[in-house]
Write a protein that binds this ligand. Structure first.
Ligand code: PBG
Length: 333
């Protein structure tokens, strides 16, 4: 009786066999997270002499030009895939003039690091007006105060040329205007910048997880971005945006934020004919960092687990504020 029981019903199917040793687990691991899979976002602020901590993003700083150079060199040394630059200007206006001025902080910073590290990693720039406008919107406003899509495209194309001339190798189109990928591609090509690549923030949701970022760039925004960023309720719309960007000539498409949108990421990854990236945004970083500061979880392990899950869901590369820290601690493969 006992014999029959154990022969028939004892589990012969034993998935735990493949988990029994570190060597076995290493052999069967499906997903890799290496420095080259990560892009480090960096903030550079006009007029700073020394880096300044960002209270809502523990471990992240606004950089001076000098400290930006140093950290970009460290990122290259650590083997990261790239850096993504965001500029924080000293003054702003209605059309975001600082974004197209060759002497604007983002363009100056791009020139400062493109020569130094541009062969070792991909130097990328955020292409959006929100850091440069006095109202904080990602575009210019019409007479009624609404974000004017086509007038904004003209600003984006000028910004693209300025960034390409400064040495940016990949432009992050994060403004969510209709037609931005096609407009910027055409303008770059007409100006001879055919080698500059475009990362389309295709499925960028109107998210509460951008909160700490708005501190990081001293955002002037009072309302919200729901007329141009996507409704968190809509998965299909995110897929549609990615398909449109592919048609418009995007070299890379992105889903953002990452953790709350892994379903969208998986769908886009299944359809895309170009690399798919995801942005683990400021709030996603900060909630782990804050919990870790309180001793409530192991911050490094939680950041790694989040990043692995984003890669597993289909991201070829991930933008992460923890990228350099994890790489320097030797926690990546
Ligand atoms: C727009 C931009 C934003 C982020 C990246 N690019 C802010 C926004 O859309 O409000 C957010 C990134 C983050 O939260 O880490 N320039």
């Amino acid at each position: 009786m006992t014999d029959t029981f154990s022969r028939d019903l004892a589990p012969r199917i034993r998935p735990r066999r493949l988990r029994q040793s570190a060597a076995m687990r290493r052999l069967v691991s499906e997903t890799e997270l290496s420095p080259r899979h990560l892009v480090l976002p960096l903030f550079v602020r006009e007029g700073l002499d020394a880096p300044q901590p960002i209270a809502s993003m523990p471990g992240v700083e606004q950089h001076s030009l000098d400290s930006l150079r140093r950290i970009a060199a460290e990122a290259a040394e650590a083997g990261l895939g790239g850096v993504m630059l965001f500029g924080v200007p000293a003054s702003r206006d209605a059309v975001g003039s600082g974004a197209t001025d060759p002497e604007g902080i983002l363009n100056v910073a791009t020139r400062a690091i493109a020569d130094e590290v541009g062969d070792a990693l991909v130097v990328q720039t955020d292409l959006c007006l929100d850091e440069f406008t006095d109202h904080g919107h990602c575009g210019v406003l019409d007479a009624r105060g609404r974000v004017d899509n086509d007038a904004t495209l003209e600003r984006y194309t000028a910004m693209a040329i300025a960034q390409a001339e400064a040495g940016s190798q990949l432009l992050g189109l994060s403004g969510m205007m209709d037609g931005q990928t096609a407009a910027v591609r055409t303008a770059l090509d007409d100006a001879g910048h055919t080698d500059v690549a475009l990362l389309a923030y295709s499925a960028k949701y109107a998210s509460a997880f951008y909160g700490p970022f708005r501190d990081a760039v001293d955002s002037q925004l009072t309302g919200d971005r729901r007329t141009y960023q996507l409704d968190p309720a809509n998965g299909r719309e995110g897929v549609r945006e990615a398909l449109i960007d592919l048609e418009e000539g995007a070299d890379v498409v992105m889903v953002k934020p990452a953790l709350a949108y892994l379903d969208v990421l998986r769908q886009v990854a299944d359809l895309s004919t170009v690399p798919v990236w995801a942005y683990m945004v400021s709030g996603e970083y900060a909630m782990i960092a804050a919990a870790a500061q309180n001793g409530w979880l192991d911050g490094d392990r939680a950041q790694l687990e989040a990043l692995i899950s984003i890669r597993r869901a289909g991201a070829d590369a991930v933008l992460s504020y923890a990228a350099l820290d994890l790489a320097q601690k030797g926690l990546l493969s």
